[in-house]
Design a protein around this ligand. Structure first.
Ligand code: SF4
Length: 366
């Protein structure tokens, strides 16, 4: 059975180095570089992919998620929604001392047990009783929310925007469905098609252990399914080694690294930090204006009527929903990037970054 080497290319340094290694080790006809287009990339990423294609004499397959069917199904669901159930917030119940949890009991008065992990070991312990808070919320879409959502809920052809409209919200750090829906699922579907066509697939990924805590245990090679392996050739490299390797192969890094971007991907990423956002405000404000328009559109499709691209927790936990929305809107986040000391003081030097100056977070400036 023949092997296909599928290289996930993102336009960043790590995937570029991975591609260069594959080109040096494998037969060209067995290599398939793929790029999952989220619809939220900087134009420089697309230009860089064209540069790689030209410099390396390869073709990068562009893949794009399509949510047309999901949006059509959601429209039907909203239009027909007649649910009568209510949804409640809950809180745990304690004894009079305020510390001892009250156990939950079933209809016969027996304590309900459940399994939990304690210090890495699964143990069985009593489940704590909870009680409802307040009078709850209607689960059903109100008629005005239905009208609002149905007027906006139409596919646009932009995967990121369509995904958010389908979900009725933007992704967040805790619910990072964008990576899964726009990148992972699309790449896996492509690889499964190759397997169905009779190939064995090696998925090359430009992952490094020192990138984040989540990746510190990443393996160099692992079997991920029938006829499918994952290979991470630069898993133990540092960022400096990656840049040096690309330079040695006479391949330029993505120009975005020289403009203060810590990583190359969405513009901006929902997880972008304050420094990176400050650079984006100074250099690429047009992308933030676009995200502001997306906020208005996705808010129309949200049951509660609003959703924000960023979730910067610029609020205290007791703030009402509307105020949370106001605090996290793109415009508010732009203002926040101009502040210091946890957002309480205005930074007089913010906004004075010279947009043409090199501001690489990786010390790439010559
Ligand atoms: S996590 Fe960030 S870079 Fe990844 S898909 Fe989501 S927004 Fe884009």
């Amino acid at each position: 059975m023949s092997i296909k080497h599928v290289i996930s290319v993102s336009g960043g340094k790590d995937s570029t180095a991975t591609l260069l290694i594959a080109l040096g080790r494998c037969q060209r006809e067995d290599i398939i570089p793929i790029f999952c287009d989220t619809g939220n990339e900087h134009v420089a990423v697309h230009e860089y992919l064209s540069y790689l294609e030209q410099a390396l004499d390869i073709t990068i397959v562009r893949l794009k998620a399509d949510f047309t069917q999901e949006i059509a199904a959601k429209r039907v669901f909203i239009a027909r929604d007649q649910r009568t159930r209510r949804e409640y917030d809950i809180e745990p119940v304690f004894e009079m001392d305020g510390k001892t949890p009250v156990p939950k009991r079933d209809g016969r008065g027996n304590i309900v047990m459940h399994k939990v992990k304690r210090n890495g070991v699964m143990v069985e312990e009593p489940k704590q009783k909870t009680r409802k808070i307040g009078s709850g919320r209607r689960v059903r879409w109100t008629n005005s929310a239905k009208r609002r959502a149905l007027s906006a809920l139409h596919p646009t052809g932009n995967p990121f925007l369509d995904l958010c409209m389908w979900k009725g919200r933007f992704p967040s750090r805790k619910a990072q469905f964008c990576t899964e829906e726009l990148k992972r699922n699309v790449a896996v579907a492509f690889q499964l098609d190759l397997i169905d066509a009779g190939y064995q697939v090696i998925s090359w990924q430009g992952v490094r252990r020192d990138e984040s805590l989540n990746r510190r245990d990443a393996k160099k090679m692992e079997r991920s399914g029938k006829s499918l392996w994952v290979f991470r050739p630069i898993v133990d490299w540092s960022a400096a080694q990656v840049f040096a390797f690309c330079a040695q192969q006479k391949i330029q890094p993505n120009p975005l690294y020289k403009q203060g971007m810590h990583r190359v991907g969405c513009m901006p990423c929902i997880n972008a930090g304050k420094d990176e956002l400050r650079e984006i405000v100074a250099r690429f404000p047009v992308y933030l204006e676009e995200k502001s328009r997306w906020e208005a559109r996705v808010s129309q499709t949200a049951k509660r009527g609003f959703s924000t691209f960023f979730c910067k927790e610029l609020h205290d936990n007791n703030m009402a929903d509307r105020r949370v929305y106001e605090a996290n809107r793109v415009e508010s986040v732009i203002e926040w990037t101009r502040t210091t000391r946890g957002g309480r003081q205005f930074d007089l030097l913010a906004g004075t970054t010279e947009p043409t100056a090199c501001a690489s977070a990786y010390g790439l400036c010559e």
